[in-house]
Structure formats: C-alpha cells, structure tokens
Design a protein. Structure first.
Ligand code: GCU
Length: 647
C-alpha cells in the first residue's frame, strides 16, 4: 500500500534521497527542500546555545535567511517553519519561536498483531503479525511529526497484551533501536507502553508487587538493558488498574507505589514514567445511584498529590469520564499542584464520528487548554499547568491518542489529518486560533486557492458544533452503541456496568452531580463548584453532565430542555447538509481522488446524523410525551399521546 505526503505534499524530498541517519543529516536534507522551494534567499543554519534547546529563530536579511536553533531539533523546526511560510505566503519573514509544551506526544493504540484499538484508518504501520518494522513509511511519519513539532511517540497500545509485553526484551530491542534512530533523526523520542505484570509474564516471577525487591530489581535490569541498546529511549507509559489491566491494587499498593517503582528504574537514565489516571470501577451495578464514575480519577489520585517521584508524569484525560462530547475539564488539573501533569486528548475520533464524520477537534482542545482551573492566582489555565508554569523541569506536556493508520492518506478521512496537524501546532503554540491552524493545514494540503481554503476552513470550524448538535444532548454523553461506540443507541449503556448513565425518565433527564447530588462538582475549587452547582451559570455544553433537569426546565437560552433537544437535532442535520453543499461548490478545485473520498465520508456522516436525529428525538418525544413546538417529523406515537407547549 502506498502513502501520501498529505500536508507535506508541496515540500517533497529530493528524488532518491536517502533516509537521514542522524538529525544533522535530516537538517541538511530539509535544507535542500527549502532551497528548492525558494532561490530568493541564501539559506544557512547555526546551532547555538543562546537559544532554548528546541527553540529557533528565522532571521531574514537582504537575500539571505539564517536559521538558528538551540539544537539540531530547533534548527529542523525552524526549517519547517520557513517551508510553511513559503508555501502559504510565498515569502519568509523573521520569527522567533520556542515550544510551549515540553512533551508533545503521540499515543498510538497499535497492537503487535497490526490491529489498532479504536483505529479508523486501517492497520498499524508499525506492527504486523507480531513483527515491528522500520521502513520508508516510518521515516515519512517521523518527518510529518517533526514538521509540526511533535517530539515523542508511544508506538503501542496502552492495553499491553501478548507479544507487546515482550517489547522490552531482546525479541524486539534491536528493531526498536532502528526505530529510535529513525525517530531521533527527526527529534522524536521513542516511548513504550508496558504491561505492569511483565515481571510475571516476561520475568517469570510470581509477583508484580511494586514493593517486592525482586520486582523492582527485574525492572531495574530491564530498563538498564533497554538503555544499553537505545541510549536516548524516552520512557514508559502505563495503564494500570484500569479496565482489567494489572496494577498495584492487586497487591494492596497505591498508584504512587506502582509508578514510583518504575520511575526509579528509569531515573538514572533520564527516562520518564507516564502514568495514566484513567482508573475507575468498570464493574458498577447500574442500580447503584451513589457511585459516580466521574468522581473516580480525582478520588483516586488527589490524596496522592505530592507522593510521586519527579520523573513521574500523571496523564489525565481531558474530561473526567472518557472523551465524550461536552465533558467538563477534569478536576485533576485543579487539584494536583504538587504533581507533574500531562493532558491526554483523543485525535482518534472514537466518540466523535470515527473519522467518518468530520469533527475538527482543535476548538474543543483549545477550550480545555484555556480553562481557568482557579487553582492558582496567576497562570491558572490548563495550558499553563501542562506547559510547566508552576513546575518547571520539563516533566509535563500534552499527548494525543492519534488517528493514524496504514491507509494511503494516513487518517482514513482526508479532513481528519487536520486534527493530527493541529495537535502538533497547538502543543507548540496554544495561542494559535483554531481558524489559523485550519487555514494553515488547508493551504498546505490543498494549496492556497482562496475559495477552497475558505470552504475547508468553514467546514472544519463548524464541524464540532454540528456533531454536538445531532448527537447526545447538552453534555450527557454515552448514547452510542456499546463496544464499537459508533452511531446512536440511547440506552446502549444505560443498564451496563460501565458507570455511564443518563437515567432518563418520563419527567427528567441527567445525573445530579452537584454538591447535593453525587458531589462531583465539589472536586473543583469553590468558585467553579458554585458555578457548576447552579444550572443558570453552568455552560450549556455541560448542562446535563452536572444537572438532572425536567424536560420543561427553561435553559439559559430561553428554550425548554425538550425543545432544545429537538431544535439542535434538526439544526445539526440541516447545517451538515449546508456544509456538504458548500464543498460541492469547489468540486474541480480539489483533486478528484480527495474530493471523491471526502464526499464518500460525507454520505456516511449524513446517513448517521439523520439516524442520530431521529432516534434521539423519537426517544425523548415518546419518553416525555411532549411534542415539538415546530411540528417537525418525529417518529413518535399517536398524536393523542402528546401534549404541546402553549405558544
Ligand atoms: C476507552 C476506550 C478503550 C481504551 C480506554 C483507555 O475506554 O474505549 O478502548 O482502552 O478508553 O483510554 O484506556
């Protein structure tokens, strides 16, 4: 299978170019690309300690441009900046840049057999049938990542099974070394997910107890050997005690005991230990209305604030539950002042249309990053925290569960590549607007024809809001089909064990998560708790996340809950149809192959959006017995069963 250069298509490498064996070679190679793009400047570069390690300056003078970097990686980023400027504006101006976030990381959920958990773009391009390979595509991947500033990649699934448990052994280390060298040539560090029970499964020990000296010794030896083979190895990412994966709880130990044991093995080599906070009870009884999954991560980790070693970073999903549309920001960002934190977002659109629906996630990620945690007097946004404003030392950052696979266009949907591109750009510079990022991506991918660019930017910017409108209402989440998480199923998760309930009755909908409900809202600092406790001050996007409300409750926009549900679901589909029509106007200006692929996805999206609209509207019409004030088509029951609000 081939692969396309997507946003680097206008900056091809010279024909027959060899893969760079070092970052110095990558710089030379990329400089040759720059020279081929513009002869108007004499290009040169310099590595200088005067700049921060990954920072750069492009200094444009009369007929010349110098690229200064704090390291070769900095120079490389500077060259990509100049390439981007040339392609988008035909010229280059001086800039001075440094990355906001120290770790700008991709999390691949690739399994050793080649499948990808929640992957919607084909199979893995790293693994196939237990074999890991390094090839042209791996280099192309590294180049794409570096071009948007990504500097770390975890290549395997957080759920580490079977062959993947052996990645830390000599069965894989020689090829991992090659991969680390390929990545290293583009300033990217290789990380692995590890199985917390590897001391048993690989080491042959009877235990994985983190306080058992033998277990700690196993990890010390294992890590020392990894660094012998791969001197610039990045570290580990761990999913423990979550959804059936092993962890310290089995031995009555804390999450800190588990993380610190691994961190101590990595510390002598400068390795980092990234520990996920996605820990909750996934065997809940749906009859139990006192346990609230949203509370789990904070309840687990808040008492451990300050108990983690310096090279441990806790990786926190953006919301308290699981990448649902309309989740509030995780309160862990407010409550862990003495712990290194990393934000985890999901570019793979598991719950946002699985790369069949256009859903540009940058606006949502920006909302998360600019959220005021109210935990500090100054610099209290999530972006400040994950960029190290309060805990300098570089042990923080942003990770995306990434949306790539071995499809020719990498992301299945052409437009989904904007999420990969945008993730890198946003980590580098969170203050870039969603529109700027979309416009850059569209210009690089489809050229600078203003009609095309304008339409694509419009489509991307509107997409999240539209998706939100026709799916689960007002931040309630989880109305999807179980397991595959695609398409509507209002009660799909209602009587299940996953802690994911909407508890709709004939009168009301939602879970009361206020101080008088499950208490979730009080995991936030007082000012936020007060805001979320009151439906009049709760953002509409999270309304039913925090409150259980009668269908007749009048929302801040003046509509009743039920009418808001109807209106948004009808509008979502209508707005999607308008969007599709606007793309039709640029047919012929977008290459046919891409245009056809985009239209095929739109057809799937529209069919699915209609299904969402009709199922949600019908369900709530039947449940509430209240008709649509605008009398649009709902597949309700007989008219006699319905009451209508007075006009
Ligand atoms: C979700 C997802 C799983 C994944 C998990 C995680 O629950 O559906 O496939 O393993 O998140 O983030 O660990």
């Amino acid at each position: 299978m081939g692969y396309e250069p997507i946003w680097l298509k206008q900056a091809p490498l010279p024909a027959g170019a060899e893969h760079p064996a070092s970052i110095a070679e990558a710089v030379e190679l990329e400089l040759s690309v720059l020279r081929s793009l513009s002869e108007a400047f004499v290009w040169s570069y310099l590595v200088t300690e005067a700049l921060p390690e990954e920072g750069y300056e492009v200094l444009v003078g009369e007929g010349k441009a110098d690229i200064l970097g704090g390291s070769y990686a900095g120079v490389l980023y500077g060259i990509f900046d100049a390439e981007r400027q040339l392609l988008l504006t035909d010229t280059v101006v001086s800039v001075s840049e440094r990355p906001a976030s120290p770790l700008r990381m991709l999390n691949h959920w690739d399994n050793a057999d080649g499948s990808i958990e929640r992957g919607y773009s084909g199979l893995s391009f790293f693994f196939r049938d237990g074999v890991l390979s390094v090839n042209d595509r791996t280099f192309a991947y590294a180049r794409l990542c570096a071009s948007v500033g990504i500097n770390a990649s975890v290549i395997n699934n957080v759920n580490v099974f079977k062959d993947a448990t052996w990645l830390i052994t000599d069965r894989y280390l020689p090829v991992l070394r090659k991969l680390a060298e390929c990545f290293g040539a583009y300033g990217i560090k290789l990380y692995l997910c590890v199985n917390f029970a590897a001391s048993i499964e690989v080491g042959g020990l009877a235990s994985a107890d983190p306080l058992e000296p033998e277990v700690a010794e196993f990890w010390k030896k294992t890590v020392a050997h990894i660094y012998e083979v791969i001197p610039d190895f990045g570290g580990f990412l761990v999913k423990a005690d979550s959804e059936g994966r092993p962890g310290p709880y089995t031995y009555g130990r804390t999450q800190a005991d588990g993380a610190n044991m691994l961190a101590k093995a990595l510390a002598p080599f400068g390795g980092k230990l990234i520990w996920r906070c996605f820990v909750y009870n996934c065997s809940q009884d749906w009859r139990d209305v006192t346990t609230d999954r949203a509370c789990a991560a904070y309840d687990t980790f808040r008492p451990l604030d300050g108990a983690f070693d310096e090279n441990v970073i806790l990786q926190v999903k953006n919301g308290p539950v699981d990448f649902q549309v309309g989740e509030p920001v995780s309160p862990l960002f407010c409550g862990m002042k003495n712990t290194n934190l990393m934000l985890e977002v999901q570019a793979a659109q598991e719950y946002t249309g699985q790369q069949k629906h256009v859903c540009y996630l940058i606006p949502m990620w920006k909302d998360v990053l600019r959220f005021h945690t109210c935990a500090y007097e100054k610099a209290d946004r999530v972006s400040d925290i994950v960029c190290g404003a309060h805990r300098p030392g570089g042990n923080c950052g942003i990770a995306a569960v990434i949306n790539t696979g071995d499809d020719d266009n990498w992301t299945g949907a052409d437009l989904a590549a904007a999420n990969w591109y945008g993730f890198g750009r946003l980590c580098w510079k969170p203050q870039l607007s969603a529109e700027e990022i979309a416009s850059e991506w569209a210009g690089l991918t489809f050229g600078t024809d203003s009609a095309v660019r304008k339409i694509l930017v419009k489509v991307l910017l509107a997409s999240y809001g539209i998706y939100e409108k026709y799916t689960a209402p007002l931040g309630i989440g989880w109305m999807c089909n179980p397991n595959n998480h695609y398409g509507p199923n209002v009660d799909g998760y209602e009587y299940d064990r996953w802690g994911t309930y909407h508890r709709s009755s004939c009168k009301a909908i939602g879970v009361d998560r206020t101080g008088t409900g499950t208490g979730y809202s009080h995991q936030y600092p007082e000012a936020l708790a007060a805001k979320f406790d009151n439906p009049e001050t709760t953002p509409m996007a999270h309304m039913l996340f925090f409150h259980r409300l009668p269908y007749t409750y009048v929302l801040p926009n003046g509509k009743t809950v039920i009418q808001h549900i109807y209106d948004t679901h009808f509008e979502g589909v209508e707005e999607l149809m308008d969007l599709i029509e606007s793309v039709v106007t640029v047919q012929g200006l977008i290459p046919e192959k891409e245009y056809t692929r985009i239209m095929e996805r739109f057809a799937m999206q529209l069919a699915s959006a209609k299904e969402w609209r009709d199922r949600i509207n019908t369900y709530y019409c039947r449940m509430s017995g209240i008709g649509d004030a605008k009398h649009r088509k709902i597949y309700a029951v007989s008219e006699e069963d319905l009451t209508y609000p007075e006009a």
